[in-house]
Design a protein around this ligand. Structure first.
Ligand code: NAP
Length: 268
């Protein structure tokens, strides 16, 4: 299979690297276009992939075209591509908030795969949720599963509404974790620790806790109970967090992201 990328940004680079690392596709069968010629030079130098300045050329050379541009650029790209003998191509879009129906209409193409990755994909620890239109050929579907598998975990869903939900949970999720991490680091500094020491403690605590939770037979609630002794330090901290509505606030935050994803997805 020949794979093309429209947009050679951070996510496109992560996918290209992953594909090449497992030799899923040879570099000569990867094509990328980007408005930024320096970016193309960089990708050519580091990954040996073929950079072209024309989006149409990328589409013509590829069986699967990965749309890896920002949402604000999708309209201009669809207008540019529509009508250019692209009917036999499959478009795999990682563009946040753009529904399959809008891509089908905008490109005039039936075969669409819609994907929601997240940034840990850059280190192959991503969570990618994806769906497809009925007209994607089965061979393309199974090849796309392999492409997405190089980013970490992948999960296929039938119901496209789950993509908006995933956007709110796993797509935006790394930012929630970074916010919590930052708050913990500042808390360490506030009680008198050096920044260097606080960063070290917080990083290893989060890493260890996540690995413990993943490897454990217990749910996070149980693991939390196991480190909380009555009248102890953890109990005091957790009580303060819940007094401030921590769990409800997290739930409301994810709801806001979900509402925003639905709103953006409905825009033409
Ligand atoms: N990063 C994430 O966490 C994440 C997670 C899930 C989904 N996504 C989605 O993934 C997509 C890509 O994100 P990213 O972070 O990789 O973005 P990015 O780094 O900004 O990459 C987009 C690239 O596309 C280029 N571009 C813009 N208009 C173009 C056009 N008309 N033709 C060809 N190339 C064009 C941009 O060039 P210029 O810089 O010169 O404009 C830029 O190099 C977005 O839609 C985002 O919603 C991202």
């Amino acid at each position: 299979m020949k794979i093309g990328f429209i947009g050679g940004g951070v996510m496109a680079e992560a996918i290209m690297k992953g594909i090449l690392d497992v030799s899923l596709v040879k570099p000569e069968n990867l094509f990328v276009s980007d408005l930024d010629s320096q970016r193309l030079e960089y990708l050519n130098k580091t990954l040996n992939v073929f950079g072209v300045e024309s989006n149409i050329e990328v589409v013509n050379k590829s069986d699967i075209v990965i749309l890896a541009i920002k949402p604000q650029n999708i309209k201009e790209v669809m207008i540019e591509l529509k009508g250019n003998s692209i009917l036999d191509k499959t478009f795999l879009s990682i563009v946040a908030g753009v529904k399959t129906e809008i891509l089908q209409e905008g490109l005039g193409v039936d075969s669409i795969i819609r994907v929601m990755p997240n940034t840990p994909a850059q280190i192959k620890k991503g969570m990618t949720v994806w769906t497809s239109s009925k007209s994607v050929p089965s061979v393309t579907l199974s090849f796309s599963k392999k492409i997405l598998g190089v980013l970490g975990e992948e999960l296929y869903v039938e119901d496209e509404d789950l993509i908006d939900m995933s956007t709110a949970l796993s797509g935006s999720g790394p930012a929630y974790m970074f916010l919590f991490m930052d708050a913990l680091i500042n808390a360490g500094i506030n009680i008198g620790m050096s920044k260097e020491m606080s960063v070290k403690l917080v990083r290893q605590t989060l890493l260890g806790s996540i690995e413990l939770a993943i490897g454990s037979e217990f749910e996070p609630t149980k693991l939390k109970e196991m480190v909380t002794s009555p009248g102890g330090t953890t109990e005091a901290a957790l009580a303060k967090l819940e007094e401030g509505g921590f769990s409800d606030l997290v739930s409301e935050a994810v709801c806001s992201a979900f509402e925003r994803a639905k709103f953006l997805g409905g825009k033409k």
